[in-house]
Structures are given as C-alpha cells and as structure tokens.
Write a protein that binds this ligand. Structure first.
Ligand SMILES: *[C@@H]1O[C@H](CO)[C@@H](O)[C@H](O)[C@H]1NC(C)=O
Ligand SMILES: *[C@@H]1O[C@H](CO)[C@@H](O)[C@H](O)[C@H]1NC(C)=O
Ligand SMILES: *[C@@H]1O[C@H](CO)[C@@H](O)[C@H](O)[C@H]1NC(C)=O
Ligand SMILES: *[C@@H]1O[C@H](CO)[C@@H](O)[C@H](O)[C@H]1NC(C)=O
Length: 395
C-alpha cells in the first residue's frame, strides 16, 4: 500500500471548451518532426475524414535521434517509442529529446491545426524524453525518458502552462544518451482507460534473461476535485514470459485490456489487475509476415485495434475481443512501413517517416472502404525520417 502524504493545492480555474468555428470540424492530427529545431505539424481533419493544409509550430526545444546498433542515428523510429506527442483536453504536449524538455501547446479553436506555445518548455530531470502521456481527469502530464537517467517524471498543467516536473522515478536501464536501441529502451507511457494509473512499457534486451517489463504507477487523486493529483513514487512491475520487446500499446476501454505490440511476434494482450496492479499475459497474437510491429491504436467504431510495422507497409486489424486478425491491408504507396497511428471515427491516420529516400507522409485509410483514401507528404513541413508521434484532438 502507498502511504504518501496527500498534498492538496488549488489549481487555477479551468476554462470550458468553446465551440470551434463553423468551417472547422474541430479535429486535427499532430506529428513531431524531432528535428534539431523541433516542431509539431498540425493538419486539420475535414468532415469527410481527409486531411487539409498543415501548419508547423516550433516547440522551443531540440529533437534528437537514438542510435542504432552500429551507433548511427536511428530512423525511421528515431525515438524507439510510441507517443512522442499527446493530447489531453484542449492541449497538445510534445517531447524534446535533445533538450530534456516537454512543450505544451494550445490549438486555435477555429483552426486546431494552428498551435501556440503555452509558457516555457518544462525541464525534465531525466535524459532523452521519448514518450509523453497526459490525462485531463488528473491534469497530470507524465514523460518517459530513456537516456542515461531513464524513468518517469510528471507535473500538473493548467492554462498558464506546465508546472515543475517531479523527481525522476528511476528505471535502471544502464543506457547512454542518446540511447542505443531499440532493445533495452522505454517504449511508451500512457494512462489507463479510467485514468487511475500510468502504464509504461519497457523493452528487454532481446535475451531470455531480460524480458523488459510492464510498469504500473497508480495516480493519487487530490482531496477534492479541485486539488492536484500526483503519481505514486513506486511502480508495480511485471515481466511477462512470452514477451521480450514490449513496444507501443493501446487500451480497449470496455475490457480495460492492453494491446501491447512486441516486434518479436505481433501483439501481446495484457490484463492489469485492479488491486495488485500486476499485469498478466492473456494471449499472444502472432501476426504472420510481421517484421517489427511496434505501434497500436484502438478503433471505437469497430471495437478493434490497428497495428503498424516499421518495415512492412500495411495495416493489420485485430479484434479487441478475441484477438483474431480481421484485416491485413497492404498499402498502394511507396512507404517502407508505418509507425505512430491514430483512429478518428472511421479513418486511420498513420505516419511513415520515410527512410531518407522516401518522404515522410501520413496515410489516411478508410476503415469502411478498407482502402487508402489519401497519402499526404510532410516533406514541405520539414519532416523526414526523424519524425515521430501521432495524436489527435477533437475540440
Ligand atoms: C544504422 O543506421 C545506418 C545509417 O542509417 C545504416 O547504414 C545501418 O545499416 C544501420 N544499422 C542497423 C543495424 O540497422
Ligand atoms: C552498463 O553499460 C556498460 C557500458 O555500456 C557496460 O560495460 C556494463 O556492463 C553495463 N552494466 C550492466 C549491469 O549491464
Ligand atoms: C516461459 O515459457 C516457456 C515456454 O513458453 C517455459 O518453457 C518457461 O519455463 C517459462 N519460464 C518461466 C520463468 O515461467
Ligand atoms: C526506402 O524505401 C523504399 C521504398 O520502400 C525502398 O525502395 C528504398 O530502397 C529504401 N531506401 C533505403 C535507404 O532504405
């Protein structure tokens, strides 16, 4: 049991959503360039699901690539992570791996692809932040770092910006800055469906001696609804036999089950026990022909999970109830593979950073038609094989 002292303090008053302009659907997707002069690209989602003209906003921080096994800058998948950008309520959060900061940005209500930086980027007491999670219920934003000082640090946010990041909850990964991966790196931080806990997926080193782990940190809510929440200091860790490289994940909100990718085979279905916070492996979904399935997104319309593979240019859809493979959609474009993705209504938005030869692009896939309906190059926004992350807002 956690015996911390609850410290309650008032947060600034919270503003309610205003209605976006009539010409806007109030929806947009966001991608991080992760270039030296780091920036977020926002693209509006039109009523028909297609993406409109994008806009670039610098984060005030610095991007950086992890190193691959031959110590060259990694890319595509420059951060070995899912979730380099996150949305909570009416705010967007982005990691700056090269300056150890996170940025908070606010979308324009009439045009949510247009962002404005809120306050200053917050300094993280860790190295190489590569994944961020934000919760509007707890008003917490938590970041995972995977460099020399690896772990999790959180802060509260309000309309004035980010608070001071709390002390790092250390993960002993014995990494360098920048980290050498993908093995032995933090993969993804994300909140449980009811926002009562933060989940963290950490890859093993690829050997049977180090399977990595799935970490659960309960959220401590404040004394009243107006007081600040915090994340407990100590996590509950589970290493799951049958997994070894837990990567990006998504949650089925009805069952609370976690669909965590593992490039060793496909997707691990996990259940987190509510009281002990222990994670258990429910099943393994072995995806034929997979090379490196590392990113996942839940689709509410179809109660299914879409996963992407950085080295195979296709979307694979998995039933969220029984784990069966519902669809394998090969894509009619030249992308080498796909990374971060989101499902908004009946469309999947998936990022391909490209490989230096092919351009960074977003594939828009219509789930009903089972086909690609748009392929948008991000090259003119300065995106290249460093690009990471995919978040969406629905104001
Ligand atoms: C590491 O990256 C370099 C440069 O992109 C590439 O030539 C090399 O093949 C990569 N090594 C591995 C093991 O992927
Ligand atoms: C930590 O990393 C260093 C160098 O990267 C290596 O020499 C050392 O054996 C590692 N220690 C552990 C406990 O893995
Ligand atoms: C892990 O699973 C394998 C087979 O799937 C089994 O042989 C092995 O004993 C298990 N290890 C542990 C520690 O449970
Ligand atoms: C990049 O991907 C394209 C298309 O998948 C492929 O033809 C090309 O050889 C790749 N280039 C590199 C440098 O890997």
């Amino acid at each position: 049991m956690y015996l911390g002292i609850k410290i309650c303090f008032l947060l600034a008053a919270w503003s309610v959503n205003a209605r976006p302009g009539s010409h806007s659907t109030g929806k947009a997707v966001y991608v991080l360039t992760n270039n030296a002069n780091n920036a977020v690209i926002g693209l509006p989602i039109y009523k028909n699901g297609l993406l409109g003209e994008g806009q670039v906003t610098t984060t005030g921080g610095t991007g950086q690539n992890g190193l691959n096994s031959t110590q060259d800058p990694a890319g595509p998948d420059s951060l070995f992570s899912q979730g380099a950008v996150a949305v909570a309520g009416q705010y967007v959060f982005a990691v700056n791996p090269g300056s150890n900061t996170i940025s908070m940005l606010k979308p324009d209500h009439a045009n949510p692809s247009k962002l404005t930086l809120v306050g200053q980027p917050a300094l993280i007491p860790g190295d190489f932040p590569n994944s961020v999670a934000a919760s509007s219920k707890s008003r917490l934003v938590c970041v995972g770092t995977t460099g020399t000082r690896a772990g999790v640090s959180c802060t509260t946010y309000g309309h004035g910006g980010l608070g001071k990041m709390d002390e790092l909850r250390l993960f002993e990964l014995n990494q360098s800055t920048p980290p050498i991966g993908p093995p032995n790196t933090l993969s993804h931080v994300f909140f449980s469906a009811d926002e009562s806990a933060l989940f963290v997926a950490v890859k093993g080193d690829g050997s049977t001696n180090n399977l990595g782990f799935f970490s659960v940190f309960p959220v401590q809510y404040g004394c009243t609804s107006d007081t600040a929440a915090s994340l407990v200091r100590e996590d509950v860790r589970s290493s799951l036999n049958g997994t070894g490289l837990l990567f990006g994940a998504t949650i089925s909100p009805d069952s609370g089950r976690v669909f965590a990718t593992d490039p060793g085979f496909g997707v691990a279905v996990l259940e987190v026990e509510r009281h002990t916070h222990k994670a258990a492996l429910v099943s393994r979904v072995v995806v034929p022909g997979q090379a490196a399935i590392c990113w996942a997104a839940y689709s509410a319309e179809t109660d299914s999970v879409f996963v992407t593979d950085v080295a195979v240019n296709r979307l694979v859809e998995i039933d969220a109830n029984d784990g069966s493979i519902l669809l394998t959609a090969n894509l009619p474009n030249d992308d080498p593979g796909l990374i971060d993705l989101q499902v908004v209504g009946t469309h999947v938005y998936a990022l391909s950073p490209g490989n230096g030869t092919t351009e960074a692009a977003i594939t828009v896939f219509d789930i009903g038609k089972e086909q690609q309906v748009q392929h948008v190059s991000l090259a003119k926004f300065g995106a290249n094989r460093n690009a990471m992350g995919m978040a969406y807002i629905d104001l």
